[in-house]
Design a protein. Structure first.
Length: 70
């Protein structure tokens, strides 16, 4: 299942394994990461996650906090 967070410049999506038995995301099983720069790439054609690990980390914190109550 994909979980996203959006800032004024980026959209980060983390695709994680989802446990249907307990209906919870398994954050320790991240399957893919997408990061798009809306200023330079408004159509989201280039995933820049590997090039901007600092942005991925920065945006991951609020993403995890938001979904930590699952």
């Amino acid at each position: 299942m994909g979980y996203s967070v959006v800032s004024s410049q980026y959209r980060l999506t983390k695709w994680v394994k989802f446990n249907r038995t307990i209906m919870e995301a398994q954050w320790d099983h991240v399957m893919a990461v997408e990061l798009y720069n809306h200023i330079l790439d408004p159509l989201e054609t280039k995933n820049v996650a590997a090039l901007h690990l600092d942005v991925v980390q920065k945006l991951s914190d609020p993403l995890y906090k938001h979904f930590s109550d699952e």
